[in-house]
Design a protein around this ligand. Sequence first.
Ligand code: SF4
Length: 320
Amino acid sequence: MEKQKTLVELQSFGARLDVPVGDRGRCGGAGPSDDKAFLLDGMPAMVPTLGDFAQESPYAVIRSDDGKYSVTSNGRPVMPVEFVSTPKFYDLKTKDGILYKEIAVLHGLDVLATTVSQRCVRWRRDGERCHFCAIENSLDSGATISLKTPDQLAEVAEAAVRLDGIKHMIMTTGTMNYHDMGVKYLINCTLAIKNIVPELGIQVQFEPPENLDDMKLLYEAGVEAVGIHLESFSQDTRERITPGKATISIERYFEAFKKAVGIFGRNQVSTYIIVGFGDSEESIVEGCRQIAELGVYPFVVPLRPLMGTPLENVRPQSQN
Ligand code: SF4
């Protein structure tokens, strides 16, 4: 239990890196970000390391005389930690000179992750941006490119499988339009990747498309799992924190969940539920119970206040 508590708290509070451990973390992004892959007693986890709140965390990384790293809590060692070495595919470039790591990055041990479109129609439109999201900030920092083509993604995926043993790929995207939301572009990306590395498991993430039958085309292209992220079971919270996404009702999300489970199967459909917007524990547990009954896997994650977002000064939740 103590170990689980530490794992949860590390992902919520983050950790200070008081010693050099290579890249300190990746900045910006649409999902959890400003983080670094930790191997905590052998278990991979993405731990925030960059935000101000991580600098105030009770957790820190130290290096002992034998060169090994540990996580400490208020100065007391609690767990050994190792860091995933930089993957070999990070050194490569496309023919037009784009670094592969600007197209996709390693998450954890064997997952390749990319944000296919680093632009989002909601992020740019007044009153629609999700308050926790930093998707276009990564473009300002030059860490990535705005749109990855199907061919670029296939090229990087092939190298990541061959050189680094990548087994899964996650493709998320900024919302590309108000109709298919980007699903058709994700289908083209999947077809290109599966054509070169058919064994690579692919999960894609998107808002519910206007025509839910578009999800069948994703399945036929080779997608094994999908993420359709609701973030909160409270419409009031959604209107406050994700005002653009909240124009798609919770009922419509449930329709999309049912349709997706029918296509991809139980537990092949997931949704992020974010703790830290003020929703009660009871409402979160009840909402998760309802979607789990449908066959949807709820990923309950702590709010991670990202730099450069309206929520950057919010402090992370404690476990209690
Ligand atoms: S829909 Fe919201 S969370 Fe998704 S990319 Fe756009 S602003 Fe970010």
